[in-house]
Design a protein around this ligand. Structure first.
Ligand code: HEC
Length: 211
């Protein structure tokens, strides 16, 4: 037994000695290199490891961010009309909690043009930096059309799609409807996730078809 352990120590020592060298800038001889030295790739550098020679690769076709919701109405008058008639607010946003969050978001994203009361007297309009903004009450709008306008904008109003998630948009819609005095039937608060598995699959299929 003693002999075996002596032998093992000797071999280990030999390996250790063998690994040393005088050059302080190299790690010396390393066993199992791949374990310590992985190819360090620069995000936008060149490489021989990928088919097109570039290190940054596009996501696989059909990839969508988690919780991404495809918006199926197009950015034209037809899409606007369809959204106005058919796009309904999911029940989970018809709550007081959603309304309160909607107010906060509205204050950040819409107030400066539309004003705190939604009558078009936002700060930018008052100081003359932005031309007239309509009063929500003067427009015939529905939850669907408000959502559509947040997605794509309308004339002088730009799209807010990139700044707001699907849920945040609905919360703002809820608050805009409140400013208009629309009656939104309150429902019990639900905890359902917005995107169910089947919806997510449908989303991926849609994207596949588009590309
Ligand atoms: C930079 C100023 C500006 C900001 C910010 C802005 N809007 Fe507007 N909005 C406008 C203008 C201008 C119009 C009138 C567009 C038109 O009909 O020509 C408008 C129109 C609308 C309409 C009526 C559209 C219709 O169908 O007639 C809605 C609803 C609306 N905005 C909601 C919002 C919401 C919600 C936000 C915040 C997420 C927001 N806006 C942010 C300027 C703005």
């Amino acid at each position: 037994m003693q002999k075996i352990s002596n032998y093992i120590s000797l071999v280990a020592l030999a390996f250790l000695a063998f690994a040393c060298n005088n050059d302080k800038t190299t790690p010396g001889y390393t066993f199992m290199d791949d374990m310590y030295i992985s190819p360090a790739l620069e995000t936008y550098g060149k490489t021989t490891l990928t088919a097109n020679g570039m290190e940054a690769q596009l996501p696989v076709n059909g990839t969508v961010p988690r919780n991404y919701v495809v918006y199926e109405f197009e950015d034209n008058q037809e899409g606007y009309d369809l959204a106005k008639a058919e796009l309904m607010m999911p029940d989970e946003f018809k709550t007081d909690a959603a309304l309160a969050e909607g107010k906060q978001l509205y204050t950040i994203f819409c107030n400066h043009c539309h004003g705190p009361k939604g009558d078009g007297n936002g700060h930018l309009v008052e100081i003359g930096k932005f031309p007239a903004v309509p009063d929500y009450k003067a427009r015939e709008i529905t939850a669907g059309s408000i959502y559509h306008v947040i997605m794509y904008g309308k004339n002088l109003m730009g799209s807010h799609a990139s700044q707001l998630t699907n849920e945040e948009r609905w919360k703002i819609v809820r608050y805009v409807q409140d400013l208009r005095g629309d009656v939104v039937t309150e429902t019990a608060e639900t905890t359902d996730a917005v995107v169910t598995d089947t919806e997510e699959t449908a989303v991926i299929e849609t994207i596949d078809q588009q590309s």
